[in-house]
Design a protein around this ligand. Structure first.
Ligand code: LLP
Length: 416
């Protein structure tokens, strides 16, 4: 599944010892395996090869340019959600023909930059947004392709904050609105309204909700065809779940096997925009135990990483496996203890893991928080004026700094 493995009790990323990485680059530290990254991209590519979709890696999962470049070199496009991601996408050098742009609140400026740079598709989330894109394209004397994001009203089983395809969510438009848009599309003179988009949520481990949503949307496409309105692009979003603890997510192959028969019912070209599936298990957050603190009710391992570095446990109650970087210190003692692994931030919600079993955890030990490649660094912040951490990419026996650690000067750089 990934390239973080023990060799003689020491954790390695590919052929590099994680302890060596911590020594060289300091902690906390995000470490990524290039091989895991590429192999997950290829898993999707191969599973879907019968229909050869445009794969657009969802940058929000991890927008480090070195990570994105690896994928772009493999042929990936990028799914973006802000002017900032658009800016980074240009710097990465992805063809603008492979950029798809979703999000409910695109600003006029962001829209203008996207159109000027000929991005492939805007995934449009409301009628006012459609009108604005039409107006801006007109002002620029350009024509822009758009897809309409449809909210298929499906409730996938995942954390309530990351369901996006249910009727009460802010995303996309309902079928009736989509119908009105397509039947009326001549009125958007500067647009080619030629695609539909869906994204029903994230960390979805079974195919059923995807199937249901796709069936509904393909019925819609057929309905439009009966009105003489061809739909050339169907973007099926991302959302594939990965293993954090005991989930049994579908593999790329199983996912493809479940949905390819449905997608065969449309002539539309398919776009897919996975984030977590590609990068989630390719990254780990390495952290050092600062203090062991025992209270009458708990053992705390106070580590140098915090909720500002990885917010998923605090925000979603997400589980990330936490492994000792050196497992042989286990042999010293047979006593297993429960620890809450917590950071230095001044909130009780600041934890990376609760009630985790370790043997003789002591100050100075290194821990590896697994599955941190997606929505890890990309959701990090400077809360408590903490410095954002460094990121390193491992390739075989080599490691390379792909983001330097922030300094105190960085912290005040933009303040006046
Ligand atoms: N496409 C669109 C339009 C999206 O909004 C997203 C994610 C994706 C694709 C990629 O989804 P993925 O394949 O990664 O599931 N911060 C949360 C996840 C939020 C997902 C937001 N949208 C977390 O840490 O679990």
């Amino acid at each position: 599944m990934h390239d973080f493995n023990y060799k003689h009790n020491d954790l390695y990323c590919e052929s590099v010892s994680v302890e060596e990485l911590a020594k060289k680059y300091g902690t906390p530290l995000y470490v990524y395996s290039r091989n895991t990254l590429i192999s997950h991209y290829r898993k999707i590519k191969e599973a879907f090869s019968p229909i050869n979709p445009l794969i657009c890696f969802s940058m929000k999962a991890n927008s480090n340019m070195a990570i994105c470049k690896v994928l772009v070199k493999e042929g990936s496009g990028l799914d973006i959600v802000s002017g900032g991601e658009l800016y980074k996408a240009f710097k990465i050098g992805v063809s603008s023909r492979k950029i798809v742009y979703a999000g409910v609140g695109k600003t006029e400026k962001e829209i203008e930059i996207g159109i000027r740079h000929h991005i492939f598709l805007f995934n449009v989330e409301s009628i006012p947004e459609l009108e604005l894109i039409n107006k801006v394209a007109g002002r620029l004397g350009m024509r822009q392709k758009v897809a309409i994001r449809i909210n298929p009203d499906i409730k996938a089983r995942t954390h309530r904050y990351i369901i996006t395809g249910h009727g009460e969510n802010k995303f996309g438009v309902d079928f009736e609105t989509a119908r009105i848009i397509f039947l009326d599309k001549q009125k958007y003179k500067n647009l080619s309204v030629s695609g539909v988009h869906m994204h029903i949520g994230s960390q979805i481990v079974d195919a059923k909700p995807f199937i249901k949503a796709m069936e509904r949307i393909i019925d819609f496409i057929k309905d439009m065809e009966r009105h003489g309105l061809g739909i050339r692009w169907f973007n099926i979003g991302g959302g594939l779940g990965i293993i954090y603890s005991n989930e049994k997510p579908q593999t790329a192959k199983e996912y493809a096997k479940a949905i390819l028969p449905i997608l065969k019912n449309t002539k539309a070209n398919i776009i897919i925009e996975p984030g977590r599936f590609i990068v989630g298990n390719a990254g780990a957050l390495i952290t050092k135990v600062q203090y062991i603190k025992k209270t009458p009710s708990k053992n705390f391992a106070i580590v140098d990483a915090s909720m500002n570095d990885l917010i998923r446990p605090s925000l979603y109650g997400a589980y990330h496996e936490i492994l000792p970087v050196r497992s042989h210190f286990y042999s010293d003692s047979k006593e297993i203890k429960d620890f809450d692994v917590v950071g230095p931030i001044c909130e009780s919600g600041d934890f990376l893991g609760k009630n985790r079993k370790f043997i003789s955890l002591k100050e100075g030990d290194l821990l590896s928080v697994m599955g941190a490649g997606a929505y890890g660094f990309s959701m990090s912040s400077n809360y408590n004026s903490r410095l954002r951490v460094a990121e390193v990419m491992v390739e075989g026996s080599k490691s390379r700094l792909i983001r330097r650690r922030e300094t105190y000067e960085d912290l005040i750089r933009t303040e006046i």
